[in-house]
Write a protein that binds this ligand. Sequence first.
Ligand code: AMP
Length: 631
Amino acid sequence: MTAYADFYRRSIDERDAFWAEQAALIDWKTQPTQICDYSKPPFANWYVGGTTNLCHNAVDRHLAKRGDQNALIFVSTETNEERVYSFRELHAEVQRMAASLLALGVKKGDRVLIYMPMIAEAAFAMLACARIGAIHSVVFGGFASGALASRIEDATPHVVVSADAGSRGGKVVPYKPLLDEAIRLSAHKPAAVLLVDRKLATMDLTAGRDHDWATLREQHLNTVVPCEWVDSTHISYTLYTSGTTGKPKGVQRDTGGYAVALAASMQHIFEAQPGETYFSTSDIGWVVGHSYIVYGPLIAGMATIMYEGLPTRPDAGIWWHLVEKYKVTRMFSAPTAVRVLKKQDPALLKKYDISSLKALYLAGEPLDETTAQWISDSLGVPIIDNYWQTETGWPILTIANGVQKAPSKFGSPGVPMYGFDVRLIDENTGEELKGANQKGVVTIEGPLPPGCLQTVWRDDARFVSTYWKSIPGKLVYNTFDWGIRDEDGYFFILGRTDDVINVAGHRLGTREIEESISSHPNVAEVAVVGVADQLKGQVAMAFVVAKDASALSEDAARLKLEGDIMKVVDGQLGAVARPARVFFVNLLPKTRSGKLLRRAIQAVCEGRDPGDLTTMDDPGALQQVRQLFTK
Ligand code: AMP
């Protein structure tokens, strides 16, 4: 057996011994007495009896050895700011933020919702919550008031931390009005709002509720806030993600298991070296931002770059400029971003000295071979695809070069990571597919390893029924992705089995978009599907049956309604969820029992065979989709 095969086998066969060793990668206040309590499957409790703190592991424990080394590097090409915080400075800022939250009445276990652009204060807020044992819930800054309202309602935060505005492509995007509207829409009202005033947009303040961060910070410049030692199973954060229903799920994460999982992945997957610089181009609103902008690199004693801006502004060399300037060794991005760069002047890649770079990690959506080959040739470093989900917190499939160097296969994220007992299952029979090159659903045998979701926030029943009971006769975690495994054990991911789509690495629920479109007064019915797109991987396409279609034979009227529907989605969910096109049809393809045939619509849009249509009610409906789409 190879070194990695041994390592992997041990993680499954001698689970507790393996994870007990990994636990030594972080600091504990009290050592755990039990490694994994799996007495109530599928609920796994990791490192029971142990107490620790995420902020201590990310910040405080580095002070003695590397207090003056870079910890957080904030770069905005939108506002032309660049601020570098050492571990010591980060420690001070986090305490000021923690003291401010305490002053606003936040207690251990309270939720703090963070709706922020990619600025340093967002990371201070996350770390400050971890420091005092509050539960953070970061909502992606690109979401609009409707999406934000449903998350505020579900998380019931005591405080919301936000800012006057973000900026994108040189255009100021005000956050405060969207937040005010979201709070107005939500049944839950936070007691306080803490606002970072970047002086980008004017803000209407609500007296008694809204507080200015600069003022509070000034009051707490030297306040000492010790880390609150929490149980390993204490909730560190919730992060909302889309599923099959319109209601987003709050993925709930623990503290000790997550800290160990990240520390281990930084070593075994990302080959982290303390003192080096990590650059993840994601956003703190997504799971990659949590694990590999904020917590992972800092836990490993690395400096981390937080970048606000586009990959193409001031020009498409900006990332490589940052790599040169900060001697980045490990970079993490998404295939869509690479496809964007591929369209730019190749000379920009050669303009900078990027010799510090040792590997580029890509995740979030399928990495096609052409893109992988292009970036690999351009950078001359290993390109490491990694497959995972908001739910798992760290890679399920990739290559663990820190354990043993292994070749990547373009088109495949790699092999199962230690701790993940991955099985391919036949969707209909529930039988495991053990042979090579058989297509099945990617599943994971319980217990999920440390770092994965504990449950769905306030909804254990949904956790069990959604993730663990979807395969007949088996209690197994369903990723809702199709996959195959080749003769060498490498997996290939073939897309989602459910109604989730992936636009430029952003996971969106088609039901959520449908619900938003349905709120337009002239929409009777709607189907949203994901359609393959060269740049973004997938884009959303909407098919709408209008209540009053009398004017829709006119181009101008159709375009007007299409634009109005897009505005509804922009206003409620945000531009990320806006469909690329809205088509108007007389009826939607359904089965005789009334089930919407989304997969058939998608197949037709992608020019594929829609498969067995014997249960379809009216074949004319699909014909109309075909005609509209191929026009
Ligand atoms: P999210 O929870 O937003 O990270 O989205 C997770 C989903 O993105 C997965 O279930 C996959 O469908 C897709 N995904 C993530 N990483 C990859 C990858 N490396 N290759 C293919 N699909 C991926």
